[in-house]
Write a protein that binds this ligand. Structure first.
Ligand code: HEC
Length: 223
């Protein structure tokens, strides 16, 4: 401050106290009190924070822990239902295998075709000891046979179905044949298939019709 200005102030007639008072007043007018306004946004932040928190918990609950995929339903089956389901699956798998490997000759209806392809529906061969049908499928069959009172003797017989490799496929298809079209024979297990294949490992050619017939079908006709 220059000397001149200093003198002007001193000559303005204001003492120090007046000056402080005027400044305080000016200060108040220029800057309105802010305390009240500062709290408002804090309250909003707090309220919204709580809201987001509560909504998150609600969302986590209603969406199974933010899982996008709905929870897989856990259905408790009784032993009986589980057994029925297992058989149903086996039957359906066997049906597919039958369609692909047998139906061209024995027909989807299981009724066979003409004088060449014997029927499987109602056949005593199918419902006999399961070893019989397993043997026919795995090695084939040749020569004269009787099915449901009718004689079949097609040239070449039936070749082994080499497409069916696994014990479970053979078990499935034979189970299907033994239970389809009104047939009512027991299920064929993989264990039986494995055993029969092991026992007949030495058999290189097709089975002879009359031999199988006398082994398996005379017995059942005496029952
Ligand atoms: C290429 C034609 C052909 C295919 C494929 C075929 N079979 Fe045969 N199957 C025959 C013929 C023919 C006979 C009669 C053989 C004989 O008299 O020596 C026969 C006989 C049978 C017999 C005994 C007689 C009877 O009617 O019960 C059974 C069981 C049998 N087949 C099941 C099957 C099954 C199961 C499959 C599929 C896994 C199958 N066959 C695939 C032609 C076929």
């Amino acid at each position: 401050m220059s000397n001149q200005e200093n003198n002007d102030l001193n000559n303005s007639g204001m003492n120090d106290e007046d000056m402080v008072e005027v400044h305080t007043k000016l200060n108040k007018d220029k800057h309105p009190p802010t305390q009240g306004f500062l709290i408002a946004p804090l309250v909003f932040v707090f309220v919204f924070g709580c809201l987001i928190f509560v909504c998150s918990i609600q969302l986590a609950h209603s969406t199974n822990g933010f899982d996008v995929h709905p929870p897989t339903e856990v259905v408790e089956l009784t032993d009986e239902e589980r057994e029925q389901l297992r058989l149903e699956r086996k039957f359906n798998s066997g049906k597919k295998l039958f369609t692909a490997n047998c139906a061209s000759c024995h027909q989807a209806s299981g009724l066979g075709l003409g004088d060449i392809y014997p029927p499987l529906a109602g056949s005593e061969w199918v419902s006999a000891n399961p070893e019989l049908i397993i043997k026919v499928i795995t090695k084939g069959l040749i020569g004269e046979i009787q099915v449901k009172g009718k004689t079949y003797s097609p040239a070449g017989g039936m070749a082994a179905v080499t497409n069916l490799k696994s014990d479970s496929d053979i078990a499935d298809v034979t189970t299907y044949v033994r239970k389809a079209w009104g047939n009512d024979a027991t299920e064929v297990t993989e264990d039986i298939v494995a055993q029969v294949r092991k026992d007949s490992a030495d058999q290189k050619d097709q089975w002879i019709g009359v031999e199988l017939q006398s082994t398996y079908l005379q017995v059942s006709s005496n029952e």
